[in-house]
Design a protein around this ligand. Structure first.
Ligand code: NAP
Ligand code: ZN
Length: 366
């Protein structure tokens, strides 16, 4: 067996009702900065549950937008500092969770977010509690935070061991209020984490165990997603699969699908998971040439006989959006050039060159 390390310091508390059951232990300090998006924390019922049991003081920052900006994390970090918060409690999809992680750093470091990318930070981030309301990013169990960087016209991930939330509370009921399109977008993000982790150069024996279990679990949701009828049992499977995806990419990182997806979100406005869907089938076809047995294993666990069947599934899930993405040759070249600058490409089996990434982009499903 190859050498590997495995680090996942987040305490994960999973199941219906876990937030209220946590009671006073939800608090990790005297005063919380509660970080949310505009409406989902309330809509999902998660904020009510938190406020019903949280002891001590709190202030709410509820202005996190999708794909959070540098400006937003600066505002939240300043609020935490001015209000004397000593921990951060994040509720929402990946956007509020990621923004909260950077705010937890900025609350105790006098640094501009752009400098965090270059120099890191000296003082450990405030402790973080994470409560996801989407089943997609796995941010509740990763050390990553992704921000939109306008100067570089892209999205970029930050990472650090103190960005792993101290505790995550996962209740599938919070995902019941998700509209079907967001359910599908986020589910496909979870799938892309599981698949990219299993096909990553940095995959380890331990990350494989997690990723494979997650892929099998995700497979149980396929028919419900196809029909657009997702009950609580399916949401349960998707939420756990998405956290397994987070645990897996915390060990391995992501690969070329995410690298190309960032441009599709930045320039074309595609939601993160849908941006990943664009290239996933072509990515599997490409990787099949260098690691056929790994791709076969994924397809078997999903109950799909071939990459064509995988492509059909993506086509069914995103039927309403087919034909909406117009990518010229120049645009593809720009996205490929940007992707080549990321570590994700070096982490992709086969280490694709520009020509191969171009081919993958040309086979976009949208
Ligand atoms: P999101 O951007 O957090 O949320 C998408 C939309 O869904 C928002 O409008 C949000 O509303 C709404 N929403 C969330 N939960 C809801 C609920 N329960 N009911 C109804 N509406 C709900 O989406 P996401 O896909 O979870 O996160 C994407 C971000 O995470 C991207 O920036 C991506 O790059 C990042 N990401 C991070 C990691 C990581 O490891 N850290 C991994 C992958 C992706 P509100 O605005 O009201 O909240
Ligand atoms: Zn993702």
């Amino acid at each position: 067996m190859n050498k590997f390390s495995y680090f996942m310091p987040t305490k994960m508390v999973y199941g219906q009702g876990v937030v209220r059951e946590a009671g006073a232990s939800l608090a990790l300090g005297r005063k919380a900065l509660i970080v949310t998006g505009k409406s989902s924390a309330r809509l999902s019922g998660a904020l009510d549950d938190v406020l019903a049991v949280l002891p001590g003081e709190y202030v709410i920052f509820d202005q996190v937008e999708n794909n959070p900006s540098v400006h937003t994390v600066i505002k939240g970090g300043r609020m935490a500092k001015e209000e004397g918060c000593d921990y951060v409690l994040a509720i929402g999809g990946g956007s509020p969770l990621d923004a909260a992680k950077v705010m937890a750093v900025l609350a105790v470091n006098d640094t501009h977010p752009m400098d965090l990318y270059k120099m890191g930070w000296k003082t450990r981030a405030l402790p973080i509690v994470a409560i996801p309301t989407t089943a997609g990013t796995g941010s509740e169990v990763t050390q990553y935070a992704v921000l939109t960087i306008d100067e570089e016209e892209t999205k970029k991930g930050l990472g650090g061991p103190d960005l792993f939330p101290r505790v995550s509370y996962l209740d599938p009921k919070y995902t019941e209020s998700l509209p079907m399109d967001v359910t599908i977008d986020t589910a496909v993000d979870a799938l892309s984490h599981l698949v990219e982790s299993y096909l990553a150069k940095r995959a380890t024996t331990a990350s494989d165990l997690v990723a494979l279990q997650g892929i099998a679990l995700w497979g149980t949701a396929i028919e419900a997603l196809r029909q657009g009828k997702v009950d609580l049992e399916t949401r349960d499977a998707l939420l756990l699969a998405s956290s397994l995806g987070g645990i897996a990419i915390a060990q391995t990182g992501t690969a070329l699908v995410h690298a190309l997806g960032y441009s599709l979100t930045y320039f074309d406005g595609l939601p993160h998971g849908r941006a990943n869907a664009v290239t996933m089938r072509a990515y599997l076809d490409y990787t099949k040439k260098v690691a056929p047995e790994r791709v076969e294993t994924i397809l078997e666990l999903l109950g799909l006989g071939s990459t064509e069947a995988f492509g059909e599934l993506m086509g069914d899930l995103f039927a309403a959006h087919i034909g909406t993405l117009k990518l010229s040759a120049d645009t593809i070249e720009k996205y490929v050039t940007k992707a080549m600058l990321t570590n994700n490409i070096k982490n992709s089996l086969g280490e694709p060159a520009e020509a191969e990434l171009t081919e993958i982009m040309e086979k976009s499903i949208l």
